[in-house]
Design a protein around this ligand. Structure first.
Ligand SMILES: *[C@@H]1O[C@H](CO)[C@@H](O)[C@H](O)[C@H]1NC(C)=O
Ligand SMILES: *[C@@H]1O[C@H](CO)[C@@H](O)[C@H](O)[C@H]1NC(C)=O
Length: 410
């Protein structure tokens, strides 16, 4: 990404401002100022339970507020006496990246995985940039890609300036399939799609992970979706959003020739996984009565259903959670907002109320003209120069309306 001029910055600001207006944002709505900091005398062992309703993304991301608010200097906790609770607190303090980056132990990092093959390099980098722009806690990126793309990923990520790179570390992995025939897995839907099913097996040292497709953009901190992991009950080990809100017009309810989760199926483009639990669970299935470990289940499952599945790994996940519904935490559509949520009228009520938290531009909408708002958001984030000071970044994203935003309401 090359250094852009002031003029380009202004242009971007103008575009962002235009978007803000067009999207009938809640930006003007007064938000009560957040308390400057949690009282030090009230340590908490776990993150506070999330409010019933998450704060709207209509408000500016907290990074922006936090970064601008001046806080009285606080004493740094003494090394060695830092319990998990105070670590969590450090991790949660927004906008103070410098103070926590140095001390945040790796076990508190967030883990983000993506599988990028073919021509998905730029899209993936824009997704990663959006994750860095809006997040507070340090992240580990796990990038699975073809050998031919590895050098370019490495090169581009290393070019990012310190203000970005101090917020993450990245590892690049080749595409590998631990069980079954690699050629067969590659034929499933898209060449690399099945890779994601193997993450629990490959990332043995990772406790939990957020997997996203390359065409995902974070419009608020990754921290916010990461917190949902803590809301899992004792049997839940993964979280996804429904594929559709309305069975009558959903794909699975009309066309699927295999079992699927719930009444409309699941979309796997944004998926939280507690890998520790996935690795130790026994999954009910239609093949043997006793239950199978994740890794042992994948290939037989594929063999059994390969002629019935259309969307590859997503279909396999739907089959798995059909048989194991108690293992799934369903999060609302604002965490995986797709063109389907507005193409046939608005059917993601949470996004109307609370804003879009994670945008998922599937169907290639970032790259054609079918969904101008999706494309505009993609281009706005793509064109944020990583070399500009943060002031220009926080203006970007704040939106409320679904309904495919402005082009349908104009
Ligand atoms: C994942 O599950 C394991 C085992 O139940 C638990 O110890 C761990 O804290 C969980 N991770 C998160 C991030 O909730
Ligand atoms: C966890 O939540 C799921 C989904 O609501 C439910 O099916 C399951 O029974 C719950 N598990 C426990 C132990 O309550």
């Amino acid at each position: 990404m090359k250094l852009r001029s002031k003029a380009a910055a202004l242009l971007l600001l103008a575009l962002a401002a235009l978007l803000l207006t067009l999207l009938s944002l809640r930006a003007g709505r007064a938000e009560p100022p957040a308390p400057p900091a949690r009282p030090a005398a009230a340590p908490q062992r776990r993150p506070a339970p999330a409010p019933e309703r998450l704060p709207g993304a209509g408000a500016l991301p907290r990074a922006g507020q936090g970064a601008r608010r001046r806080r009285p200097p606080r004493p740094r906790p003494r090394a060695g006496r830092r319990g998990a609770a105070s670590m969590e607190k450090l991790a949660r303090r927004s906008g103070e990246s410098r103070s926590f980056q140095a001390v945040l132990p790796p076990e508190l990092w967030m883990h983000l995985a993506v599988v990028a093959c073919g021509n998905r390099l730029e899209e993936t980098l824009v997704m990663l940039k959006s994750a860095v722009l809006f997040s507070h806690r340090k992240m580990q990126f796990h990038i699975f890609t073809e050998d031919s793309l590895k050098p370019e990923f490495d090169k581009q990520l290393r070019q990012w300036p310190d203000s970005y790179t101090k917020k993450f570390e990245h590892r690049i992995y080749p595409i590998t399939f631990s069980v079954g025939n690699p050629q067969e897995w590659k034929k499933l839907f898209k060449p690399c799609a099945a890779q994601r099913l193997f993450l629990p097996v490959i990332l043995k040292d990772v406790d939990s992970l957020l997997y996203v497709d390359t065409d995902v953009l974070f419009l608020r901190p990754v921290d916010d979706i990461w917190k949902l992991l803590r809301q899992f009950n004792s049997t839940q080990l993964a979280a996804m959003a429904p594929e559709h809100e309305i069975p009558k017009i959903g794909w699975y309810s009309r066309f699927a020739r295999h079992p699927f989760y719930g009444s409309t199926g699941l979309n796997s483009g944004v998926m939280l996984m507690n890998l520790t639990r996935i690795r130790s669970a026994q999954f009910k299935n239609s093949m043997i009565p006793t239950g199978l470990a994740w890794e042992d289940m994948l290939y037989p499952l594929y063999q059994k259903y390969k002629n019935a599945i259309t969307w590859g790994d997503q279909d396999l996940l739907n089959i798995i959670f059909y048989f194991n519904p108690e293992c799934l935490y369903v999060f609302p559509c604002q965490w995986n907002y797709r063109p389907d949520h507005c193409m046939y009228g608005s059917n993601c009520k949470e996004a109307e109320r609370e804003g879009v938290s994670v945008l998922h531009g599937n169907r290639g909408v970032y790259h054609d003209d079918k969904q101008p708002t999706f494309k505009a958001l993609y281009e706005a984030i793509r064109d944020v120069s990583v070399f500009l000071p943060p002031f220009s970044r926080h203006v970007l994203i704040s939106m409320k309306q679904s309904r495919c935003f402005y082009h349908q309401s104009l």
